[in-house]
Design a protein around this ligand. Sequence first.
Ligand code: ATP
Ligand code: PRP
Length: 335
Amino acid sequence: MSNLLSAENLNGRLLFAIPKKGRLYEKCLELLQGADIQFKRQHRLDVALVQNLPIALVFLPAADIPRFVGEGNVDLGITGQDMVAEAGTSVSSLISEVLELGFGKCKLQVQIPDPESPAARSASAEGSADTNCIRNEEDLVGRKVATSFDFLAGEYFKKLDEETTKKRLAERKMKATDAPLRTAIEYVGGSVEAACALGLADGIVDLVESGETMRACGLTAISTLLSSQAVLIKPTTPHPRSNVALIARITARIRGVIAASRYVLCTYNMQRAGLERALKITPGRRAATVMPLDDGEWSAVSSMILRAEVATVMDQLEEVGASDILITSIDNCRV
Ligand SMILES: Nc1ncnc2c1ncn2[C@@H]1O[C@H](COP(=O)(O)OP(=O)(O)OP(=O)(O)O)[C@@H](O)[C@H]1O
Ligand SMILES: O=P(O)(O)OC[C@H]1O[C@H](OP(=O)(O)OP(=O)(O)O)[C@H](O)[C@@H]1O
């Protein structure tokens, strides 16, 4: 069977859009593996036929996935919530968010040259730069902002421009005859963080996760437009071609993989007298499993707990007298 993108090959297959590169790509591959979606991606081909399910994976730029899903060209997709928002309401209103995936977490933030950075301080001491004039968002109004998120940044600064114009009119810092303030949004396709240093813009709107890129470029964040993570999305109205049962099956598998990565299994022994207190610490997702031990005095408890809370939960269990506390990773689950 040829793996080429042809209607014949795709016929009857659920089309699932995956980011073709970038920050989300590796995590998506792990997710597909965990959900036992088996495929081989051929060199330079952006479509891969799944070997064990009637699915075709379509590798697309993360930014294009909302439109493909919203317009029903594909049945499911993974992208960032930021990309869905950036696609605008005409697209996002056609999309249902099925599941937050817990990776690709970042914030879209307004950033300016850090007035406290050594470079800015020495420049301002020499009186050679005006970066020290920008300390908050209002200072950016009427200036240039570079971003790859020109829709979201445009909306954000449009509102800020209007508010600032009104404020300055009220404070008589502007005359009624003056043109309303307008911040110029400059679209750049990548390396946005270099824009200020290159003199292209006075501030930027870009994604921040650890903040390393921002700090390395002498920038600081002054406000947040949105918080984002990767999401599984589908068209709000399924395409007539869509295999709704398969969409539900894939969703359940992915939900299981995500839950397995977020939770671990905590087991311990507890004397009956202290059981109530221990179960308050590990209530489980629905309820903990409690099994009496042969000695009539102790019970064995097992319960799913959040991986991020393991240390705290173990401390608390020890404090109430639990013993033999074991933490076991979960490979996969259905919850
Ligand atoms: N630093 C980050 N940490 C976590 N998630 C991020 C980060 N940067 C981006 N993302 C998420 O990944 C998505 C894709 O971003 P990425 O920068 O990888 O895009 P790309 O344009 O497809 O790839 P590239 O930058 O390689 O061209 C973003 O929309 C966002 O949801
Ligand atoms: O806060 P941090 O952890 O440093 O992450 C932020 C960086 O990550 C993203 O870019 P990416 O590295 O994906 O590449 P890009 O600049 O080519 O988009 C984003 O555009 C920032 O540059």
